[in-house]
Design a protein around this ligand. Structure first.
Ligand SMILES: [Fe+2]
Length: 195
């Protein structure tokens, strides 16, 4: 697959670019889960919507795994035991166009798993098998210092919420909205950040 030319992205075409990813790549599998990647991200967005969480959190839930398609490494690497750092790749593509709350929730959704594993004794048991499998690769549960540092994050609340929806958005055959349903909201979020 050719690497997209990210230098051509701007506030007028970023939503179409993301929509194209959902259209062309969304049907691909999601790291051994029972849902496709687009089903997963659309389910997470729906959970945010159902919780009346507002545009930023819904956008973050919808886009949290976009980095699987915007980095140069295939998502299969995670299954092969190599960290593809999709959270950093996704945040880097989104950062010029979306608010910090959105991009930080995307960038930190893996750290949030490590944080919750260290701070919530019931959390690990709620993770999917695939998600438990990648935990070690992603650094394992945070240590005390890491937890203390993570707690200071200005967008901690948004980050944790998106992580919970990420974990819940893996239900086979769950009905969701289409990407198009969210496109106007995404464009609103982009327009709010125009310089
Ligand atoms: Fe995810």
């Amino acid at each position: 697959m050719a690497t997209p030319d990210f230098t051509k992205l701007n506030a007028d075409n970023i939503v179409d670019f993301i929509g194209g990813i959902f259209l062309r790549r969304g049907a691909e599998s999601y790291l051994g889960e029972e849902v496709t990647m687009s089903q997963h991200m659309l389910q997470a967005a729906r959970l945010a919507e159902e919780a009346s969480s507002g545009d930023e959190l819904t956008a973050a839930a919808l886009l949290h795994d976009i980095g699987h398609y915007t980095n140069e490494f295939p998502e299969e690497l995670l299954e092969l035991g190599i960290n593809n750092s999709h959270e950093d790749a996704g945040a880097a593509v989104l950062a010029p166009f979306f608010s910090a709350a959105i991009t930080e929730a995307v960038r930190c959704h893996v750290d949030a798993k490590r944080y919750l594993c260290a701070t919530d004794k019931d959390y690990l048991g709620k993770l999917s098998i695939a998600s438990v499998k990648t935990l070690g690769l992603q650094g394992g549960p945070m240590n005390e210092d890491e937890v203390a540092e993570f707690r200071k994050h200005p967008h901690l609340d948004a980050i944790i919420k998106v992580r919970i929806w990420d974990d819940m958005g893996k239900v086979k055959d769950h009905t969701t909205q289409s990407f198009e349903h969210y496109a106007p909201m995404l464009q609103r979020s982009v327009d709010a950040c125009r310089l």
